[in-house]
Design a protein around this ligand. Structure first.
Ligand code: UT7
Length: 334
């Protein structure tokens, strides 16, 4: 039998502290009006000192496992493999996923981190689907978790205006390709010739820290990234859409990078803007957490219902991008 990966649980975690645009405007040469009009962001969540990516990942993971257990989709709500997609691991070494697995009581389950920046969650879905298809795992927890606030230059208004912290997680189980929740066509891509456009210049083997000449902060060439994000997300989503046989999805859930990017992608695909999931106004760009947070927000608000045709797409550093389609399953996002 062809073992499909079926999404059966969804959980999220946001840090309690909200940072509104006005607070940033008090620290940087920016304004609420600029940030809202150029990005669609009104506020974002930011971790307090002492909270690490794994703390959010564990919280989201717990909720996803509980959500999967509550849907009665088989098993006790556990997982036998864990993938954590993140650009902000607790430490450069070791990976964050084994710690997350241990804190979730998942014993000696295989666990690894995945680095595809804002496309990390989609790459994680693909990796989990591969583990399931190969019979290596029956249930995989995929977490997208990032605390970009720990990586930003306090003086850089162009990145501080955009990024927020958060985590989202899903459980994928082995199942039938025809079931709601089964991952449908999937497309992934990368272009390393654009690796300088989204980068943390120092702190890796190319330019190890410490030293005053190093730059340990996240840097993004906004304009070039904007253009590439629109082109790659719409191209990838189009190739998936063509393979589904759908005229259009009921909901486009695109990486929440910038409201203008979301609208441009929807326009290029011929999808009405009101069929675009939007939570960027409240959470900003949460990198690897972006897609599961947007899915949970849409499910919670009733704009995503069981049976709805969902088109996911993301773009991020690397450069990386991807898209995936699925029919939304009956589950309670926690
Ligand atoms: O998650 C991975 C993918 N990430 C993305 O897709 C993000 C893509 N890029 C963007 O969303 C946008 O390019 C930004 C929001 C980062 C910037 O918006 P923009 O409309 O492309 O502005 P820009 O970079 O062309 O900058 C226009 C001006 C500049 O000033 P000058 O050089 O014209 O004097 C910037 O310094 O806006 C300035 N600027 C700001 N002004 C006030 C940049 N950030 C801010 C700010 N407040 N926060």
């Amino acid at each position: 039998m062809n073992r499909a990966a079926v999404l059966c649980g969804l959980g999220t975690a946001l840090p309690p502290r909200t940072v509104a645009n006005a607070e940033l405007a008090g620290q940087l040469d920016t304004s609420d009006a600029w940030i809202r009009s150029r990005t669609g962001i009104g506020e974002r969540r930011v971790v307090d000192p002492g909270t690490a990516t794994s703390d959010l990942a564990v919280e989201a993971g717990e909720r996803a496992l509980k959500s999967a257990g509550a849907t009665g989709s088989g098993g006790s709500g556990g997982a036998d493999a864990v993938i954590v997609a993140t650009t902000t691991p607790d430490r450069r070494c070791p990976a964050t996923a084994p710690l997350v697995a241990a804190r979730l009581g998942l014993g000696t389950a295989p666990a690894f981190d995945l680095a595809a920046v804002c496309t990390g969650f989609l790459y994680g879905l693909a990796a989990a689907a591969g583990l399931i298809a190969a019979g290596t795992a029956g249930r995989v927890l995929v977490v997208g978790a990032d605390t970009f606030s720990t990586l930003l230059d306090p003086a850089d208004r162009s990145t501080r205006a955009i990024f927020g912290d958060g985590a989202g997680a899903v459980v994928l189980r082995a199942g039938d390709p025809a079931e709601p929740g089964a991952l449908g066509p999937l497309d992934l891509g990368s272009d390393g010739t654009g690796s300088e456009l989204i980068t943390v210049p120092s702190g890796g083997s190319r330019d190890p820290l410490p030293g005053p000449e190093h730059d340990p902060y996240f840097r993004m060439a906004g304009k070039a990234v904007f253009r590439s994000a629109v082109e790659r997300m719409s191209g990838s989503a189009r190739s998936v859409l063509d393979r589904t046989g759908w005229d259009a999805p009921d909901l486009l859930v695109a990486h929440q990078a910038n409201l203008r990017i979301l609208h441009a992608v929807a326009d290029r695909l011929g999808i009405a803007r009101d069929r675009c999931a939007v939570n960027i106004d409240r959470v900003g760009n949460t990198a690897a957490a972006s897609l599961p947070l947007a899915l949970a927000d849409a499910a919670g608000s009733g704009s995503l219902r069981p049976g709805d045709r969902v088109l996911l797409t993301a773009f991020g550093g690397g450069l990386t991008w991807g898209a995936c389609a699925l029919a939304w399953p009956a589950l309670e996002a926690l």
